[in-house]
Design a protein around this ligand. Structure first.
Ligand SMILES: [Zn+2]
Length: 126
């Protein structure tokens, strides 16, 4: 079965725009590397005289760092998938090169592997 690449490309581009929008709320692009995002404290204007506020802004910064990492991974998957569309390898599991079911791609257009291999990966890291 042939995948509707136009459809998935549109989905991926939409996802990329959404992720970049979310990244901008917790970070900014590294000025020396446009592919790298850095977390920023959400309230740069916090009154430094107020220790509690400083502590809160540090917590916020750590939280933003965690969110940013997660978003960056998703964004990389989306960019990677867009590259695979250009290469003609989109929709193939990266482990066994078999086609990934369209319904899985529909739910997660940035998926790199079929469900079986995604599961194996998860077991390996836990
Ligand atoms: Zn597979």
């Amino acid at each position: 079965m042939k995948l509707d690449l136009k459809h998935f490309k549109a989905k991926l581009e939409e996802e990329q725009a959404k992720l970049e929008g979310e990244l901008k709320t917790v970070g900014r692009i590294n000025p020396s590397n446009p592919n790298d995002w850095q977390a920023v404290p959400s309230d740069m204007e916090a009154d430094a005289a107020d220790r509690l506020e400083v502590a809160e802004s540090i917590d916020q910064f750590e939280e933003n760092t965690a969110i940013l990492k997660e978003l960056e991974i998703q964004l990389n998957d989306v960019k990677h998938a867009l590259k695979k569309i250009d290469d003609g390898t989109y929709g193939l599991c990266e482990e066994d090169k078999k086609p990934i079911p369209a319904n899985r791609l529909e739910a997660n257009p940035g998926a790199r592997t079929c469900i079986d291999h995604a599961r194996h990966t998860k077991i390996d890291i836990s």
